[in-house]
Ligand binder design. Structure first.
Ligand SMILES: N[C@@H](CCC(=O)N[C@@H](CS)C(=O)NCC(=O)O)C(=O)O
Length: 217
């Protein structure tokens, strides 16, 4: 097994699904947190700004192993999920897994904008309303239906995939960003709620959730 090194900020952010993949696969990795929180403290910024020009796209996360390097969180996740058998069986299930990775990107990037992007109180209130009333339901209706139609208890096919880990990860974003209002919004989707409970309780997932560093984001 290669010696994997995952470099990211000190937070869950765009690295946490990768960390969950390692945890579920039972594969050791170097969880290289560069000592800069999310969002960064001003005093921490020089650490990142020194490093930034030496990264392929001026961003983290990065995965390194065997003298190779992969940038872009979803490229990293897709690579590892395929390596670890967490991508579904056959081309069609893999496409469905891709469909969910892409959908969760569309769900998570407005939350990142809400938390860290520009805008005063009025804009933030509008962003929150749009997210909870329009964006989230667009994707959650299909998520609820697909989970209800799959008797395996997983999102795609008969086993755990990176898609299931995204359901969990997205829920953390909603809770930390929108609190009780977020909880009210997701309560309307009982299959999704049951799914989050079930996936969080899988022994290797539960062990990671218990032992991981505690960060707000
Ligand atoms: N599309 C990229 C986005 C990566 C990204 O936005 N990384 C942020 C942290 S979540 C970053 O490196 N920010 C620091 C900067 O842009 O200077 C991915 O999915 O990896």
């Amino acid at each position: 097994m290669p010696q994997y090194k995952l470099t990211y900020f000190d937070g869950r952010g765009r690295a946490e699904v990768t960390r969950l993949l390692f945890a579920v696969a039972g594969v050791n990795f170097q969880d290289n947190r560069i000592g800069v929180s999310i969002p960064p403290q001003p005093s921490q910024l020089p650490i990142w700004l020194d490093m930034k020009p030496n990264t392929p796209f001026g961003q983290l996360p990065l995965l390194e192993f065997d003298g190779k390097l992969i940038a872009q969180s979803h490229a990293i996740e897709r690579y590892l999920a395929r390596e670890f058998g967490l991508y579904g069986e056959g081309n069609y299930e893999m496409a469905l897994t891709d469909m969910w990775i892409d959908s969760f990107e569309e769900l998570i990037s407005p939350i990142i904008q809400y938390n860290f992007g520009p805008g005063g109180d009025t804009e933030k209130a509008e962003q929150k309303k749009k997210y909870l009333e329009t964006t989230l339901p667009t994707y959650f209706k299909k998520l609820e239906t697909d989970l209800g139609n799959n008797s395996s208890g997983y999102l795609v096919g008969k086993g755990l995939t990176v898609g299931d880990l995204y359901v969990l990860k997205h829920n953390e974003w909603v809770m930390v960003s929108f609190g009780e209002e977020g909880q009210m919004a997701v309560k309307k989707y009982p299959n999704v709620q049951a799914h989050i409970k079930r996936i969080s309780a899988l022994p290797k997932v539960a062990a990671w959730l218990e032992k991981r560093p505690q960060n707000k984001f």
